[in-house]
Design a protein around this ligand. Structure first.
Ligand SMILES: [Mn+2]
Length: 230
């Protein structure tokens, strides 16, 4: 099975609980639509976990990009002193920064801003829409638009390309008043169990602030939630 989540924000335990709940195995694939780090206590632990699994595919969110901007500014300031750069990068994560190493930094620095799959595209915040209603190809959009787009989440933003866009960035709570995964169908009577029925799926349930992490099963078009134990 293929699954998609977004905005894990350092919630290592919640993510592992989700993988257990869905019975995630080496035969499955997981797509993570950015913002793995910051807010929660276990950013680097979570980074290491997803880095070590070949069937978990990650893209950049604005939080990864902010970290990488900081990294590149440190490199520009002291290009010779890698030990000093790594110390400063570790301090970026006050709770578990000691787990950060160059392997993880280089991996983060290599993440793509989007992934195209069979019938879907994963992006952090959104993709611009052409005047004819089709999606701009994400390779033609600016990185800042892909990771910060403000309009894509809106109900009025509809596209007619034959792909489903998975995205996060804004908590769905802000749209519908509850931490739910929001699937937008091309027509009200389209089959709920077919990916082709959906033109976008908003995944950010606000795992860090609401303690709810939702995941979309791409092959069965169903949503699975886990909740943080109080
Ligand atoms: Mn974000």
């Amino acid at each position: 099975m293929r699954y998609c989540v977004s905005d894990l924000h350092g919630e290592y335990e919640l993510f592992v609980a989700l993988l257990e709940k869905i019975g995630f195995s080496e035969a499955d694939e997981m797509y993570v639509c950015g913002d793995i780090i910051d807010k929660g206590d276990s950013s680097v632990r979570l980074l290491r976990y997803v880095f070590e699994r070949e069937n978990i595919h990650c893209i950049l969110g604005n939080h990864e990009c902010a970290f990488l901007d900081y990294y590149h500014s440190l490199l520009a300031d002291s290009p010779e002193d890698f030990d000093e750069v790594l110390l400063k990068l570790r301090a970026y994560f006050p709770t578990d920064g000691e787990l950060l190493d160059w392997e993880l930094v280089d991996w983060l620095d290599s993440l793509p801003p989007y992934i195209e799959g069979d019938g879907f595209i994963c992006v952090h915040a959104g993709i611009p829409i052409n005047p004819d209603g089709t999606l701009m190809h994400p390779s033609r959009a600016s990185l800042s638009r892909l990771i910060y787009d403000r309009k894509f989440k809106n109900k009025e933003t509809v596209h007619r390309s034959p792909v489903c866009v998975f995205f996060g960035h804004t908590e769905t709570n802000c749209i519908c008043g509850r931490p739910s995964v929001l699937g937008y169908k091309r027509s009200p009577d389209a089959a709920s169990d077919s990916l082709g029925s959906y033109y976008k799926i908003h995944l950010d349930t606000g795992s860090w602030s609401n303690g709810v992490l939702g995941c979309f099963c791409i092959d069965e078009c169903r949503v699975v939630y886990v909740r943080r134990e109080k």
